[in-house]
Design a protein around this ligand. Structure first.
Ligand SMILES: [Zn+2]
Length: 484
């Protein structure tokens, strides 16, 4: 069924691309504009003006330490390993602690524990870090914290229990609905990649006038990188690119991006003129190998699945450290075992390369780029590589704050807005920095819910509320883009 569907989907795409203009008029949404030549890159000398006065030094945050010299071992975070033969990684007894970092020296101690492979860090800001404690290290770390007088709260006392409860099977009513709909996608469950891809193809088949799907490349393990486009075919449209799932374990991200796709495709006629006047491009799963790996083997896997090099035990590059703008700077590691391994060179990974080549060679008038991650509830704009902001940072700040306001009005979640390096910590090689450097104005990394109660293991009942309030934010972005 897979290849047949693909043929049906792609056939109109090829005909509209290579045949007469009459075909374009009949199915305007099918025409994906490409350019022969590559866009001129953003002027790199312009980007260092207007540095932010960093109120706090954040580069010491342990999970994002610069990769220099002996510090490189600090972020090796192998909390548990699957037994040979890809048995599932078991997190029984592992705990999540919220650790206050306001006391001097706490980050140094966390760094030490991390080097001893007793803990991993999930997320945090200037005042706290969420720390995952390895199952057999709980007593040991408790002793260290008590001796050093470090305050913390136990947020999750058995991580495996949470993982087991996170994604329950659908009830009978939902399964019946699923069977009637023509695709298996719901927003009551975290779905496997196949359900997501079949859903995209379903929409292209069902709404051929506005929806089309194109495979822009393959992952390391050969999975499709599928982009869905929604467009009324007006050649003067601005375009917005949205992706999700760069980090494998952030399941709420592909769930949210597919929710957007569903809402826009199913209700296109009722959308505002602003909204309809945009060409929407979605890549819901940038890292399909990692995503499948989190379903099958290790729920907490973050990177892609390419082996660093032959003979090394460590797999995977952090795709969000592999993009080619200021690659290899702060907050990225040169150690292949690190969670934030930057790769052997910029765009060394097929997934980041395909995404960047698609954006570079598309003639779409990209005016905004949103990349969805979790967690923490942040709207972050460039730059990520260091404490600096682009010349138009005030515009980004205004739009970000308006998006945050719409989110809060709709669903109640409070998002913080700022530059990623200023609000969190420097991290170079991010997709947002690279896209901004291509001249795409409204570029944001969105860290979805929550703020650390469940972290990455967000129960499925949260999918719809999170996605719905995010969609309200997207409508605000669309209104700004249409004004450009
Ligand atoms: Zn992420």
């Amino acid at each position: 069924m897979g290849s047949w569907t693909r043929m049906v989907v792609l056939l109109p795409f090829f005909t509209s691309t290579f045949c007469t203009p009459l075909i374009n008029e009949l199915e305007p949404g099918k025409d994906w504009p490409t350019r022969g030549s590559v866009k001129q890159p953003y002027n790199q000398t312009d980007d260092v003006q207007d540095p932010i006065e960093a109120s706090t030094t954040t580069s010491e945050l342990v999970n994002e330490t610069p990769s220099s010299g002996k510090d490189e071992l600090e972020d090796i975070t192998i909390i548990a390993r699957a037994a040979e033969g890809n048995a599932k990684v078991d997190y029984s007894g592992a705990q999540l602690w919220k650790v206050s970092t306001e006391k001097n020296g706490v980050r140094v101690i966390l760094g030490r524990l991390k080097r001893r492979n007793l803990i991993a860090t999930w997320a945090g800001n200037q005042t706290y870090v969420d720390v995952l404690i390895k199952p057999n290290a709980v007593a040991n770390v408790t002793r260290v914290f008590s001796r050093e007088n470090i305050s913390y709260d136990i947020i999750i006392d058995d991580l495996q229990k949470r993982i087991n409860e996170e994604n329950p099977p659908l009830d009978e009513n939902e399964i019946e609905l699923q069977n009637r709909r023509g695709h298996r996608m719901t927003w009551k469950q975290y779905h496997r990649l196949q359900d997501i891809h079949e859903f995209l193809d379903y929409l292209a088949t069902t709404y051929p006038k506005i929806v089309s799907v194109n495979t822009i490349g393959k992952s390391y393990e050969g999975r499709d990188l599928k982009v869905l486009r929604i467009s009324n075919g007006n050649p003067s449209n601005k375009a917005i690119f949205i992706d999700g799932g760069i980090h494998a374990r952030e399941w709420i991200s592909p769930a949210t991006v597919t929710f957007f796709i569903n809402q826009i495709a199913e209700n296109f006629a009722e959308e505002s003129e602003d909204f309809k006047g945009i060409d929407w491009y979605f890549l819901p799963v940038v890292n399909p190998d990692g995503y499948e790996y989190t379903h099958l083997v290790d729920r907490l896997w973050r990177k892609n699945r390419k082996p660093a090099y032959a003979g090394r035990a460590c797999f995977g590059t952090d795709l969000n450290r592999n993009f080619g703008y200021r690659w290899g700077g702060k907050g990225a590691s040169s150690n292949p075992c690190s969670e934030i391994y930057r790769g052997s060179r910029a765009f060394s990974e097929p997934e980041s390369r395909a995404l960047s080549e698609f954006i570079k060679t598309s003639a779409a008038n990209f005016s905004a780029y949103l990349t969805y991650h979790s967690y923490g509830q942040y709207l972050l704009y460039p730059w990520g590589y260091d404490n600096a902001v682009p010349p138009d940072h005030k515009d980004l700040d205004v739009v970000g704050k308006n998006i945050a306001e719409a989110i809060q009005k709709t669903g109640g979640s409070k998002y913080s807005v700022g530059s990623s390096s200023g609000l969190l910590y420097p991290a170079s090689g991010g997709s947002d920095d690279w896209v901004k450097a291509q001249g795409v104005k409204y570029t944001f990394t969105v860290e979805l819910s929550d703020t650390g109660r469940y972290g990455f293991i967000l129960p499925t009942t949260n999918i719809e509320p999170v996605a719905r309030e995010s969609l309200a934010g997207l409508r605000i972005l669309a209104s700004y883009v249409s004004k450009l």
